[in-house]
Design a protein around this ligand. Structure first.
Ligand code: ATP
Ligand code: MG
Length: 440
């Protein structure tokens, strides 16, 4: 097949920009991929897909030059094409119009047997989908997930800007573990050993001393060996840190952010949510808060016994998810299990000024008031078996005017799971990395 060059052909409209009233009878140029072809002998329908929707291109044999009609016969699913054609009203077309082509360029060939059917008619398992991710992303389900994800990060940035947060980026290559070494990926860094960042924690705390309120949306890496439907080894973390604030202040920011993001997605991604059959509701503010102790009581009343001090594991979380709907906070966790930088309550040091944001049974975020006194921080490092001297780069900042501060980290993919109603985190990450998956 003779392939054509793009030359000076450029898209004039995306599929969602074709307004029948102004464009009826006019020639436009559209570019995209062949989603589907249907042959009725003297009539051929080609559905062209671009990033914003679909356009029906109708080839009536009787009205077209022969070579153009013949060319339409060589179209195959997923071929990239450009079409110049006239917009024509057609009530039978799903969009209310069709394009009658004047000219068509086939810009590349495609494999005869593609490994995945992106129309979704032939079902594929998740591994096959991930192995052929680019084709999978063209399916309406996966595409909708990532349009929503795009909306979420855009809304988050808008929210942070409006609330006067400064966007930061902290190093991904670090010399010291943030919270002890077990979940770190070591890397060879010239003649030294270094690690991939597992959290921006220490840097974001330091930066509150300059910028007051900071946020970062960036990947982090965790060498967690388990394989679950909500853990990956590379994940996008949304982090904030605020000066002159405690855990209640940052919980307020978090619930407002979640409310803002869900409302924004509900208002702007109706089509995508429908495609995904997502039943997400805009949550009411404020979100319910249960202290850790109250949570244990609640579990106890529902025949799930935990001893004070125990972590609330997957089974217990599932139980909670069956009792409480939507988002809620679990606050004031035992200090014992918390990282060294979390502030214990002054009146009851066994309890910490900390919280998790849950959605049904899934943990979305963790945060708290941070220790801002150097001596306390050193003591807590020692208590947790860490070596204060390897945190010198961090500790010295505490002598330079460290304000009281608080923050949280939110797993972006977990929030997307909730929004899109997906059960496996791998579905909501473009190229997920887990224990066994390093490609594509
Ligand atoms: P979990 O208990 O679910 O393993 P965590 O308490 O170890 O999470 P944090 O250190 O509190 O995780 O990280 C903050 C947030 O980052 C979590 O609330 C979660 O949303 C997300 N997160 C943490 N680890 C992972 C992971 N391996 N994969 C995906 N998201 C994660
Ligand atoms: Mg946590």
């Amino acid at each position: 097949m003779q392939l054509e060059k793009l030359e000076n052909w450029r898209r004039t409209h995306y599929s969602d920009q074709i307004d029948l009233e102004t464009l009826e009878g006019k020639e436009i140029t559209v570019c995209g991929w062949v989603k589907q072809t249907r042959d009725l002998g003297g009539l051929k329908f080609v559905i062209l897909r671009d990033n914003f929707g679909e356009i029906q291109i109708t080839f009536p044999k009787a009205k077209l030059e022969e070579h153009l009609f013949d060319k339409a016969n060589s179209l195959k699913n997923e071929m990239p094409i450009a079409v110049k054609g006239k917009v024509k009203e057609d009530k039978r077309s799903p969009t209310g119009f069709e394009l009658i082509p004047n000219d068509l360029k086939i810009l590349n060939s495609v494999l005869a047997n593609l490994p995945l059917d992106s129309t979704g008619k032939v079902k594929a398992d998740l591994d096959t989908r991930l192995d052929n991710r680019i084709l999978d992303l063209r399916s309406s389900i996966s595409h909708a997930i990532f349009i929503i994800r795009h909306r979420v990060t855009t809304a988050m940035r808008q929210f942070f800007v409006e609330h006067r947060f400064i966007e930061i980026n902290t190093p991904r290559i670090i010399a010291t573990a943030t919270e002890g070494g077990t979940e770190l990926f070591p890397i060879a860094y010239f003649e030294k050993e270094a690690f991939l960042a597992q959290s921006p924690q220490l840097y974001k705390e330091q930066l509150t001393t300059v910028f007051d309120k900071v946020y970062e949306i960036a990947p982090i890496f965790r060498a967690e060996e388990h394989s679950t439907t909500r853990h990956l080894n590379e994940l996008m973390m949304v982090d904030i840190e605020m000066a002159f604030a405690n855990y209640n202040d940052v919980m307020n920011v978090l619930e407002e952010l979640i409310h803002f993001v869900i409302s924004d997605v509900k208002n702007n991604c109706e089509e995508e949510l429908n495609t995904l059959k997502s039943e997400i509701k805009i949550p009411e503010l404020p979100f319910p808060k249960y202290t850790y102790t109250e949570t244990l009581d609640l579990l106890g009343k529902n025949d799930y016994e935990l001893t004070w001090g125990d972590d609330i594991g997957t089974d217990a979380s599932r139980k909670l998810g069956s009792i409480i709907d939507g988002p809620y906070f679990i606050t004031e966790w035992p200090s014992e299990g918390k990282p060294f930088y979390i502030q214990p309550r002054v009146d009851k040091p066994e309890i910490s000024e900390s919280f998790d944001l849950m959605y049904s049974w899934i943990e979305l975020a963790s945060g708290g008031t941070r220790v801002h006194k150097k001596e306390t921080l050193i003591q807590r490092l020692i208590n947790q078996g860490l070596t204060p001297s390897s945190f010198d780069f961090h500790l010295k900042v505490f002598d330079w005017g460290m304000p009281p501060h608080a923050g949280w980290g939110l797993g972006l993919a977990r929030l997307i799971m909730v929004l899109t109603g997906r059960q496996n985190i791998r579905e909501v990450v473009i190229f997920p990395r887990d224990r066994t998956r390093l490609t594509p």
